[in-house]
Design a protein around this ligand. Structure first.
Ligand SMILES: Nc1nc2c(ncn2[C@@H]2O[C@H](COP(=O)(O)OP(=O)(O)O)[C@@H](O)[C@H]2O)c(=O)[nH]1
Ligand SMILES: [Mg+2]
Length: 284
């Protein structure tokens, strides 16, 4: 049985132990699942120790983290190496160094491929800036396993989901517009179609051929979803509270927005349109 200690609400400066106490406790063998959090970083040295502390305090003893750093000028990659060496051990924390900033999507393609090669059965996509509440990870894994979903999205827009009050009006409007735009153009019935907080089954990632994804930024998240739906796989959304980042700066820029605006047209051209009423295929 899944037990919940209290409601999973995250606030930026909540201590790791307190966050962990809010997480659901999964029964075995679920709690000991081979789960890897793939975390792209670019200038996140102020946030990294906090997010790692919170993740490793979760009641998921086999959880590993793979930091994918694009040679951050603030030394995030070196800090991650040091934490792997001195604090968590290389079995739990590893670092993939890339030569320079090439965008979120490129970092994920590399990182997810690496995690699968290392034997992860479940892969979590998550930002390093504490926007995504780490204490929601056990619940997302439990939902994936109990609903036989192929991927679970930590959703800001599912019923019960929340956006931090201090997220700027501009970002709220952009996010709402992007979701509406993508859902209409690609006919996807996902509430939070641009979300960056997800847990995937290994087999789902193989089925959608992550290595073949060329899009970056938010478009990467959308293309992952589109490929999943196109394969007839099952997506379930779990409500989360999305926080404004606590430290550092967003890497969202005009290029990312323009790419995201064009991506639905490219996807419609290169990947077949979604059928309606197509029965889901099981591939586990
Ligand atoms: N490796 C890598 N990570 C990135 C890059 N761009 C953004 N990130 C990371 O991706 C996550 C989300 O980026 P963020 O700037 O917070 O985007 P926002 O949430 O849309 O404002 C954070 O952990 C960033 O450090 C990139 O080019 N390379
Ligand atoms: Mg962010």
């Amino acid at each position: 049985m899944i037990q919940r200690d209290s409601r999973a609400i995250s606030v930026g400066d909540t201590p790791a132990g307190e966050r962990a106490a809010r997480a659901v406790r999964l029964p075995e063998p679920w709690a000991s699942a081979a789960i890897t959090v793939v975390m792209p970083t670019y200038n996140e040295s102020d946030n990294l120790p906090t997010i790692l502390g919170a993740l490793f305090a979760l009641p998921l003893p086999a959880l590993r983290v793979l930091v994918v750093d694009d040679n951050s000028p603030d030394g995030t990659g070196d800090l991650a190496e040091q934490l792997a060496r001195d604090e968590y051990g290389p079995d739990r924390l590893s670092v993939l160094h890339r030569p320079g900033k090439q965008g979120l999507g490129r970092a994920y393609v590399d990182g997810i491929g690496h995690a699968l090669d290392q034997g992860a059965d479940y892969v979590v996509q998550m930002d390093a800036d504490l926007s995504h509440p780490p204490e929601a990870v056990p619940q997302m894994l439990g939902t994936l396993l109990s609903t036989e979903a192929d991927v679970v999205i930590g959703s800001r827009y599912a019923t019960g989901g929340e956006l931090a009050e201090n997220w700027s009006l501009h970002r709220k409007a952009l996010s709402a517009w992007a979701n509406f735009y993508v859902r209409v153009l690609l006919r996807m019935r996902i509430r939070d179609v641009t979300a960056g907080f997800k847990i995937w089954r290994r087999q789902t990632l193989r089925s959608i051929d992550v290595a073949g994804i060329t899009s970056n930024g938010y478009a990467f998240q959308v293309e992952m979803n589109y490929r999943t739906v196109r394969c007839g796989l099952k997506i379930v959304e779990v409500p989360i509270r999305f926080e404004e980042r606590r430290d550092g700066h967003s890497k969202m820029n005009l290029g990312v927005q323009v790419e995201s605006a064009l991506m639905p047209f490219k996807l419609r051209r290169h990947l077949p349109r979604l059928g309606t009423g197509r029965p889901p295929t099981s591939n586990r």
